[in-house]
Design a protein around this ligand. Structure first.
Ligand code: NAD
Length: 279
């Protein structure tokens, strides 16, 4: 029987643990504040920002919303970040991506002081992950590790294949699996024979950004398949990078879309916010 990994339930479990932790911190007089900055009014970004604010409210984290107009200059945004960096009452800073084309994302993300970089995108945090030092870890891949651990799936010694090498998902995902003692292979758009590589995987993480690309012939019998992809079709229905109907019967466990990796990203963002005040 294939186990369907319930990301909604696991993310709720994490949020409830964090809520209890935040309540305890409040009793000790410690408040946590997250500054969320959105430039422009891209509708998808507005939904993500709203969900983040709701998660903060649920857990007991204060959120400060900065909704800046589309024409905000790079320097204006950087000035705001520098002000928030210095503000001791602000623990975490999040800039919703993508930014308008006239703003250099790298320059903006590099401005956030690493201790407040709750998205885990700053080069110092990425470097820390690479060499096994403490730091904020990118939320989606951190969420995948929690899904595996909380579903009782052992990573150590397993053949792990990650499809995708983006800075936000694929690369940190691979480093996290390595940190958990998996044997890690990264496949990408230039991999010569993708199915040959992915069929080795005991744990296959798919972050390829192509709807339903991964079909049954890419998957070994009994593999665990984690689908990071998220796409909306013309009728507004969500699907992942994995063709769930053909792949699920072959797996020992699989995440659905929606309700798999998606809800974990915000839970791990909240985790990173709480981490900012932990000694
Ligand atoms: P990306 O486009 O930056 O990276 C895709 C990667 O897939 C690239 O590294 C590329 O080398 C690889 N790739 C592309 N075509 C390929 C092919 N034919 N064969 C093998 N590899 C190929 O995407 P991303 O930001 O890493 O996101 C991946 C997916 O995850 C997207 O669907 C995105 O929407 C989704 N996503 C979900 C969450 C979440 O919270 N659930 C968060 C971030 C991203």
């Amino acid at each position: 029987m294939t186990k369907i990994i319930d990301g909604k339930a696991i993310s709720q479990e994490i949020k409830d643990e964090l809520k209890a932790q935040v309540a305890e911190l409040k009793e000790q007089g410690v408040e946590i504040t997250l500054a969320v900055i959105q430039v422009g009014n891209d509708p998808a970004s507005s939904v993500y920002v709203r969900n983040k604010k709701n998660a903060c409210a649920y857990i007991g984290i204060q959120s400060l919303a900065y909704e800046l107009p589309e024409e905000t200059t790079e320097q204006e945004l950087i000035d705001l970040l520098e002000k928030l960096n210095k503000d001791d009452t602000v623990n975490g800073i999040l800039v919703q991506l993508p930014l308008p084309g006239h703003i250099n994302e790298d320059r903006v993300l590099d401005t956030i002081v690493p201790a407040k970089d709750v998205d885990g995108f700053h080069p110092q945090n990425v470097g820390a992950l690479c060499i096994g030092k403490p730091g904020h870890v990118s939320c989606t891949p951190a969420g995948v590790i929690q899904l595996l651990k909380r579903s009782g799936i052992e990573i150590a010694g397993k053949e792990c294949v990650v499809i995708g090498r983006s800075n936000i998902v694929g690369k940190p995902m691979s480093l996290l699996l390595l940190r958990e003692n998996g044997t890690v292979t990264i496949a990408h758009s230039r991999t010569a024979d993708l199915a040959q590589v992915t069929k080795r995987a005991d744990i296959l993480i798919v972050a390829v950004g192509r709807p339903k690309m991964i079909t049954a012939e890419y998957v070994k019998d009994g593999a665990v398949v984690i689908d990071v992809g998220i796409h909306r079709n013309a009728e507004g229905k969500l699907c992942g990078d994995v063709d769930f109907d053909s792949v699920a019967p072959k797996c020992s466990a699989i995440t659905p879309v929606p309700g798999g990796v998606g809800p974990m990203t915000i839970a791990m963002l909240m985790h990173n916010c709480v981490r900012t005040v932990m000694k």
